[in-house]
Write a protein that binds this ligand. Sequence first.
Ligand code: C5P
Length: 303
Amino acid sequence: MSRVARAVTVRASAKINLHLGVGAARADGFHPLDTVYQAIGLHDDLTVVAGTSGRIEVEVASYIDDAGVPRGGGNIIDAASLALARHHMRPVLADYTLRKTIPVAGGMAGGSADAAAALVALDRLHDLNTSDADLLALAAELGSDVPFALIGGSAHGTGRGELVRPLVDRGTWWWVVVPNREGLSTPAVYRHFDVLHPDASPTPPSAVPVIEALASGSPLKLGRALRNDLQEPALDLRPELGALLSRGEMAGALRGLVSGSGPSCIFLCDSAEAARAVADDLRAHHDVVLIATGAVAGAHVLP
Ligand code: C5P
């Protein structure tokens, strides 16, 4: 196949935080985190072809407002292309098609997934052979969640979330996901955390209970251990999410939780059957209710 006609498609998945322990803001404004990430089966696919326009064609799932996806220089995909270009001291250009199913501004790291997909796709398209360590370092520059989007699976995150290591995970976890048409700003939710917790410890709460629950494979244990310190500020900003969380738990979910900084909500269920029952119940009140399993792979080239 000629280089010119070559297309590379990379799939990158949504993340949820099974534990999001947040400490007091650091001097650089970021919050120290002790977090457990899981990649789940909702994904964005990015196709890159040889070209120099940098144009991004965007196709979105019915529940995503494509006006929320920045184009024309402001997309994190452009930042990924620039980061690779600086690293290799050569232009790293392409034309893009992005197919999104990860909610935008939903607390599921959709932008970070796109950045990770761009790093992997551009590296392959241009035969750059960037080492894994360098890709992870470039990913960390692009955003706190981007290194996790590269590795996927279930992982422990520290620092501002960018230092990741894979975890032992013996379960197949069933999640019901309820996205929200109206996104929430991550910085706004962190700022509200600061208002609610002016005396937060610089050391974030430990993720050990969730790490142990993942290793046990028990949904009951994981349900009891789930924790998100951004849930309280997110619910304060969007009180209607409280009723959704209660409804999902009444319908049989082991636990309902705000995903990351929200407003997407996730519900852990103990089987595929239970997930279908919870999803059916929630569909009476919400247009879009999805089912996803975790853990799934990080950003990878599709055949
Ligand atoms: O790293 P990222 O660009 O995804 O972060 C977006 C914003 O979220 C930051 O500008 C900051 O306001 C907030 N944030 C934070 N602490 C973190 C991660 C993100 O305060 N650990």
